[in-house]
Design a protein around this ligand. Structure first.
Ligand code: ADP
Ligand code: MG
Length: 302
């Protein structure tokens, strides 16, 4: 390697491995970066059930808990994770540009303004330029891991075609999102089977758009019913909440709100369970009781 190449390599490494710097910025000791990253694909089968909403909010929540998180938007054409995070104007490069040699990984990994330990990588801006293979996806995730990230969440496209297979191939864990509707549950079941067939045995369930009032009237399946039908361990349940739509339009994840809404609390709760920091579920009918009860239990003994 000549001098010029060496300089280039050095510059690349300085740019690509800012782990220590980022850890300093977020007050994380450098020793916490050791260990493998957890790569989790957020999937559903049926579209529109809340995969992107879940990826944005869980990712932001885990980042706020001090971990380094990379989100991958594998939903090409219908890309919208950038909008939910308010990062749409900052994307200059995508993974396609990396694969075509137009940019480096660190140029396509967009760091969130608010939480610098949260980054976003979009696979492609449009369908015409979508030509990613499973190997490409696996290599991209490996490169992100080597940057010292703790969590990589992949927002999966709807359906079970090539985009789905590509999105799940680098993942070791899956989060299956469903609503309490029979069509979504059936698709979730199908996806669970496909995940197992592809070697992903560690799957958890997120039930979204739950309406306690409808459950009480027997007009909607309960979270427990959904969980029992699918037989997948429950990570959390998110209520139907207009604030989800408002936060999408504002590009500000719910979990960033100073005064958390019910859905925000539910996402935080799910994020804490995902990192293994919490072992109880909030009660969607009286959410504060769950937390209050926990504090009381700690103070007065269960
Ligand atoms: P997917 O990525 O699975 O296609 P999205 O996350 O884009 O689904 O959500 C689809 C739509 O449903 C969006 O308009 C979103 O704002 C809305 N939505 C998702 N979760 C909820 C919820 N808990 N309450 C109300 N609206 C929701
Ligand atoms: Mg989506």
């Amino acid at each position: 390697m000549n001098n010029d190449q060496n300089n280039e390599k050095e510059k690349f490494e300085q740019k690509t491995y800012p782990t220590n710097l980022i850890n300093q910025e977020i007050g994380l000791p450098n020793s916490t970066i050791s260990g493998e990253a957890r790569t989790i694909v957020v999937t559903s089968g049926k579209g529109g059930v809340g995969k992107t909403t879940a990826t944005a909010n869980l990712g932001m929540s885990i980042a706020r808990l001090g971990y380094r998180v990379a989100l991958i938007d594998a939903d090409i054409g219908l890309r919208n994770l950038d909008l939910l995070l308010g990062l749409e104007n900052r994307i200059l490069y995508t993974a396609m540009d990396i694969l075509e040699g137009q940019c480096r990984l660190d140029q396509a990994l967009i760091r969130d303004k608010r939480w610098k330990n949260l980054s976003l990588l979009s696979i492609s801006k449009n369908r015409q330029r979508y030509n990613v293979t499973r190997k490409n996806m696996e290599n991209l995730v490996k490169s992100i891991c080597s940057l010292g990230y703790h969590f990589i969440l992949i927002d999966c496209p709807a359906g079970i075609d090539v985009g789905f297979i590509n999105a799940i191939s680098p993942a070791e864990e899956a989060l299956i999102v469903t609503t309490p509707e029979i069509t979504a549950i059936r698709d979730a079941d199908r996806v669970a089977g496909l995940l197992e067939a592809n070697g992903i045995y560690n799957a958890k369930l997120l039930v979204n758009r739950v309406r306690p009032d409808m459950i009480q009237r027997n007009d909607m399946m309960s979270v427990k019913d959904v969980q029992e039908m699918l037989g997948i361990p429950l990570l959390g349940a998110i209520p139907e909440d207009n604030h989800v739509i408002i936060s999408t339009n504002r590009g500000e994840p719910l979990v960033l709100k100073k005064k958390l809404t019910l859905s925000g609390i539910a996402f935080e709760n799910a994020a804490r369970r995902l990192i293994g920091k919490q072992d109880y579920f909030i009660d969607l009918t009286t959410p504060y009781k769950g937390i209050f009860q926990k504090v009381q239990d700690i103070i007065f003994g269960a």
